[in-house]
Unconditional design. Sequence first.
Lengths: 111, 117
Amino acid sequence: DAKTTQPNSMESNEEEPVHLPCNHSTISGTDYIHWYRQLPSQGPEYVIHGLTSNVNNRMASLAIAEDRKSSTLILHRATLRDAAVYYCILNIYNQGGKLIFGQGTELSVKP
Amino acid sequence: DAGVTQSPTHLIKTRGQQVTLRCSPKSGHDTVSWYQQALGQGPQFIFQYYEEEERQRGNFPDRFSGHQFPNYSSELNVNALLLGDSALYLCASSSLTTSGWGTDTQYFGPGTRLTVL
């Protein structure tokens, strides 16, 4: 199964930008990069996804390296509510819907 | 619009028993996936149902089985429960019909916490 590598934990200050890195060196040309987050005591929540180009939505931005072997989730202004475990996942084209979660990055946000 | 709902929220069973967990997908969704999340770990994919058939399966034994009904709701059955089956069981729904492979967004329910004693 396709593998992603993320730091175990990161810290941020409230209202500052956060850059969450992810390495996925085994990605193939048709695999989508998805990010989900899981708040305490909740199910995972979709954040953003992309294929090649950088993507923006109301929650975050996704910056994808030119060779697609890494990506960065950007939270522009972290809030206390953004404290969660963030998962970077490859959605394999011919295995649509099978999300392979790693350990994720636990983000803590300090006031 | 109700999101993904799961029942029950909590369940306590003893080793060797059988359990059935239920999931209702988000309105308009046709695909249901099940995940097991042990404490402190990321969710692990169990299987996925689409058009009432199992499309994908993760590395789980045959003790784990499922079903999808014509209204797209789904059940997860686990037989001969082991202590190691204690976990949060998550259901996620998506629409492969409209989103297609790779781009489908999964919506997760709050999970069922199963404790095996």
